[in-house]
Design a protein around this ligand. Structure first.
Ligand SMILES: [Zn+2]
Length: 299
């Protein structure tokens, strides 16, 4: 059996899957906002599930950020109390075995490629667009990490210029200007709406207004789709996945699925673009399922 832990900033979720990937039990706890408390919670969940089911399981952990290849410590995570800490080693010491630890966007992508919305395809790119813009690449149901451990970080490429540019290029927290994330993330979407219409609304409200027939909001969503197509065209030109699975708040934007392919065709270097751009199958559970799938993919 396979245990997965999704270490979120506020909640730590755990799941146990049987040999066929069927969910047996899922538990949620608050994440203590400190390092030792986080270790206690995580290892407590593993011990509880193994005691209950009397099985020694594989353990996969999804976490914000990634392990630095230099220091073996967590880097770049928004749960700041994990940064600079040897999280994987410390969990292994406590559980007395090897575990598998991965970035949470990679876990999302793995879960959707394994038995989710991208399961028919050999090359799957999982995209998370919410507060930030991230992604993960799965080939033949295995995560591709890359030499620098940054595969899939398309959010910090520059947004390509277009002849129909209407939106400003804003500074990004990473130090560059005009990153894809500053256009496509929820906060980026909301900021550009405020630039255009001089009203501050969050991304969810703009989507809701569009769905209720607000023409300004709907027109803005179609502008957004053009930027989304430009960003994704860079991904397609390089890795040409069969499916791009969307997660995060943007995946609820229903206008994407019917309208994105003609827009992709404008920007991708091909006469046809049949890439499936699809909504995730497992919703919020993709992260924790993907963490458990780390054990399945390693066998
Ligand atoms: Zn950036």
């Amino acid at each position: 059996m396979y245990i997965g832990i999704d270490l979120g900033g506020t909640k730590t979720e755990s799941i146990i899957l049987d040999e066929n990937g069927k969910e047996i039990e899922r538990l949620r706890k608050d994440t203590p906002q400190n390092y030792n408390g986080t270790l206690d919670t995580l290892c407590g969940l593993v011990n509880y599930l193994e005691d209950k089911y009397q099985k020694k399981c594989t353990v996969g952990v999804g976490t914000p950020g990634a392990l630095s290849k230099e220091t073996n410590c967590i880097k770049g995570g928004n749960s700041t109390w994990l940064n600079g800490r040897p999280l994987k080693n410390d969990i292994e010491l406590r559980l007395n075995r090897k575990i598998i630890l991965e970035n949470d966007a990679n876990c999302f992508a793995l879960s959707e490629a394994y038995d989710g919305a991208g399961s028919k395809h050999n090359i799957v790119f999982g995209v998370i667009i919410g507060t930030g813009v991230g992604g993960g690449l799965i080939i033949n149901k295995k995560i591709i990490n890359g030499f620098n451990n940054i595969t899939g970080e398309w959010g910090h490429n520059q947004m390509p210029f277009g002849s129909n540019d209407k939106w400003n290029r804003h500074d990004c927290y990473c130090g560059k200007k005009g990153c894809i994330e500053t256009f496509l993330s929820g906060p980026g979407f909301s900021k550009h709406y405020s630039d255009t219409h001089n009203v501050k609304l969050d991304a969810k409200t703009i989507q809701k207004n569009a769905n209720e027939g607000d023409e300004k909001a709907l027109e803005f969503i179609f502008e957004y789709l053009d930027y989304l197509a430009r960003g994704l065209s860079q991904v397609i030109n390089i890795i040409d996945p069969g499916a791009i699975v969307l997660g995060g708040g943007v995946s609820n934007m229903k206008q994407i699925y019917e309208n994105i392919n003609p827009k992709l065709k404008k920007y991708v270097f091909s006469d046809t673009v049949n890439t499936e751009v699809v909504k995730n199958k497992f919703g919020d559970s993709s992260g924790v399922r993907g963490a458990a799938d780390l054990g399945r993919q390693s066998i």
